[in-house]
Ligand binder design. Structure first.
Ligand SMILES: [Zn+2]
Length: 251
């Protein structure tokens, strides 16, 4: 028995995550926290080859409607898809789980819609004929990840790590905006970094630090701004702090 981290990863309706992009996020988690800190990181939902996979889940469906001001440059705004700005029934704010807003903008819906979904982490029932199901029961020490449509309300960041629910910690990763083509000007792209899951995981590990571990070094995974391809480093101090996390479990 050795300490390990276990992820339960879900794909909600409307998420644009593909298996290919998800496998890149997984690779970066191992590169950053596995290789540099020597953490044993495991993925509860696997395909028949033992590769991490996304488990479909029914929600939350977070609708478009509130793109933060300034995220789309003014010259591109007239060419942005109108569905990005449709009314906002489900509001997801990166912050305290218990302070998540009720779903008041969607009359008749369950007021705790978002909270319920982030508190829900279904596993796979045990079936002796399905080897992967042996490991399929989720636990409160698992780190649940929900890829959702989005957006998250706030400054335009795509990830939130994390919400601390009664069922355990939850990371949310929203869709990036689509590419906007502006005639005679060019394309505006809004990429989602492959480092996003490694960064949000870092927040869960470092939740006891100020700003849940943000730093000023652009080459560090916990950089507070836009991550670059080189923002993958962790320091020995960060590894030592992360190693104290309550979310290590016996494997
Ligand atoms: Zn951050």
């Amino acid at each position: 028995m050795a300490p390990c981290i276990v992820f339960d990863v879900y794909k909600a309706p409307g998420s644009n995550i593909t298996p290919q992009e998800f496998s890149r996020h997984v690779a970066q988690v191992h590169r950053v926290w596995g290789d540099q800190c020597n953490f044993d990181i495991r993925w509860r939902f696997q395909d028949s080859q033992g590769r991490p996979r996304l488990q479909d889940i029914g929600g939350p469906i977070v609708t478009h409607g509130l793109i933060p001001d300034g995220l789309i440059p003014p010259e591109a705004l007239p060419f942005a898809p109108p569905e990005l700005f449709e009314g906002p029934p489900n509001v997801l704010v990166c912050g305290d789980y218990n302070a998540l807003p009720d779903n008041v903008l969607n009359p008749g819906s369950d007021p705790s819609y978002i909270k319920q979904w982030l508190n829900y982490r279904p596993g796979i029932p045990f079936d002796p004929n399905i080897p992967q199901s042996r490991f399929g029961q989720t636990r409160p020490l698992d780190i649940a990840v929900y890829y959702v449509q989005g957006p998250l309300l706030g400054d335009g960041s795509l990830g939130c790590g994390g919400y601390y629910t009664p069922s355990g910690p939850a990371i949310v990763i929203a869709n990036n905006l689509p590419t906007i083509n502006v005639p005679n000007v060019g394309e505006f792209t809004f990429p989602r970094t492959d480092l996003i899951l490694a960064h949000e995981f870092g927040h869960v590990l470092l939740q006891g630090l100020p700003e849940a571990g943000h730093v000023d070094d652009v080459n560090n995974i916990m950089f507070r701004g836009l991550l670059t391809a080189n923002s993958f480093r962790v320091t020995p101090d960060q590894c030592n702090e992360a190693r104290k996390s309550q979310y290590f479990q016996e494997c």
